[in-house]
Every structure is written in C-alpha cells, then in structure tokens.
Design a protein around this ligand. Structure first.
Ligand code: BTN
Length: 257
C-alpha cells in the first residue's frame, strides 16, 4: 500500500522567484501544503532584501504555502524547523554532517571552514491577529558550479562529491518537514527545537549579530523556545535576539554600536 503525499507540487522551468508565484497562488486561495518549485529563478530572493543567485537546473528552489491556525507571534519557529528538515534530508542522502547557523542558514564543510549550502526565507501575511498564509522558501545548492556560487557558499556536490537529483531531494525535505509541521500544529506553534539545537553551529563561541547597522557581540548560547538567539554579554547578561545576521568572532565579548 502506498500513502499519498500530503504535498501538491507545481513544477516550473523558470520563474522570477518561487516566492512571487506562491504569493499569487496563496491569494487565489490554494490549500496549504501547496508547493511551488522552479528549475531556475531570474530574481531569486534571499533574506534582508538580498539577491539569491539561482542558476538553472543545479539546485532546489521551492516555496511551501502554509495556513497554520496559530497566533502570528508563534510563527518564529517555522524557519528553524525548515532548516532542520533540509539538514536531515541532506544528511540522510549523503551521510555528511550538516549544521544550522542561526537563524536560517544550512552549513556543510569542516568545523573550521563551514560554508552555506542552503538558505530559508519565511514571509507571512496577516489579517489582523489571524495568519492568512505563510511562505517557506527553500534554496539548496545541489550541484551549482563553484564559479556560480557567491563567496562563503558551497553545494552538495562540492562538499561531498555526491550528485543528488533536486526533485528527489525536495520530496525528502518535504517528508521531513511534514513531521515537524504536524508537531508545530499539535503544539499550537510551540514545537520542541531540540533537533535544531542538536545541529547548531557556533554554540559557545564568540559571535557578532549585525542588524540595521548595529553590531552586538557575545557568546552564542543557543536559542530559546521561540527560536530567538540567546547572546551572553561580557557581564554574563543574556539577551534575546530576534533578527539579524550572525557572524563568527570577534575574540573578545562586549557590545559595539
Ligand atoms: C537566505 O539565506 O538568504 C534565504 C534564501 C532563500 C532562497 C529561496 S530559493 C526558493 C525561494 N525563492 C526565493 O526567491 N527565495 C527562496
């Protein structure tokens, strides 16, 4: 007996961005668990308004449409759950370790030289205190040639020498995400983040958070149950950080503005 996949995948050859098409589909009322996938994006989007380079046929570019019945302030764990699903799917297919860098980066490589293999972009539309829809965008560099990768990025082929099929990898990611999303719904948007914590990069290390021209430094103490980063300052104080870019270093802790 086969179990039908709960995901409906719409596949395209080329789109500006799977986020754009998913947004359109969401406004037209498609059910949740609809997925938009494209072999290429001509205007792929990353976090913080950045461009996501999306050459044809070498990667997973997909956006999942969700309609969770939870309060808007409970959405913050979804990007972390998606990151875990991506990490688990890559590990299962390659047997190579994968780490997660807060908030949404998926890393492969050695401990000393980790590079970004995938990224997650989550957006949401609210109607008052109700969630209309959430879009979970997933980009995974599967066999992207080195010359087409931005600095600090890698692909699964470059890291492991293993060639995976993008379509099959997406199906594997969705299967993993399915279980996590079921727990997310069952807990009213308060799932355990232990699977994320188990793969977290840079825990206990000195890091800096850069956000809107502001830079905070401290020791990475993991995440709280909402997915916020816990940053320990030089005086032992613990700050909750809800947004920003995490970078390795500097050596000393403290705060710089
Ligand atoms: C990031 O790390 O900055 C997030 C990158 C997210 C990229 C994916 S690719 C599929 C989906 N469509 C987009 O335009 N962006 C996301």
């Amino acid at each position: 007996m086969t179990t039908e996949s709960p995901w409906i995948i719409h596949r395209y050859t080329s789109l500006t961005s799977t986020m754009d098409r998913a947004e359109l589909f969401a406004w037209f009322g498609v059910p949740e668990r609809t997925v938009i996938q494209s072999a290429e994006q001509t205007a792929g989007r990353g976090r913080a308004g950045r461009f996501w380079h999306s050459p044809a046929g070498t990667a997973v570019y997909a956006t999942i449409i969700l309609r969770p019945h939870v309060a808007p302030n409970r959405l913050s764990t979804l990007p972390l759950l998606a990151g875990v699903a991506v990490a688990e799917a890559i590990e299962a297919a390659t047997n190579a370790p994968v780490q997660l860098k807060w908030p949404n980066d998926v890393w492969m490589g050695t401990e000393a030289d980790n590079q970004k293999v995938a990224g997650i972009l989550v957006t949401s539309r609210l109607e008052g205190q109700r969630v209309n829809h959430v879009l979970v965008g997933i980009g995974i560099n599967v066999s992207t040639p080195s010359a087409a990768l931005p600095p600090g990025a890698t692909s699964i082929v470059q890291s492991t020498g293993i060639q995976l099929a993008a379509d099959a990898l997406l199906v594997a990611v969705l299967a993993r995400f399915d279980a996590a999303y079921a727990e997310f719904l069952a807990t009213g948007g308060q799932p355990s983040l232990d699977t994320w914590r188990a793969r977290a990069a840079l825990i206990g290390e000195c890091v800096a958070i850069e956000e809107s021209g502001r830079r905070l430094t401290g020791t990475h103490r993991g995440v709280d149950d909402t997915g916020a980063l816990l940053l320990e300052g030089a005086a032992g104080d613990l700050r909750r950080i809800v947004a920003g870019d995490l970078v390795r270093g500097p050596i000393s802790t403290g705060e710089t503005v």
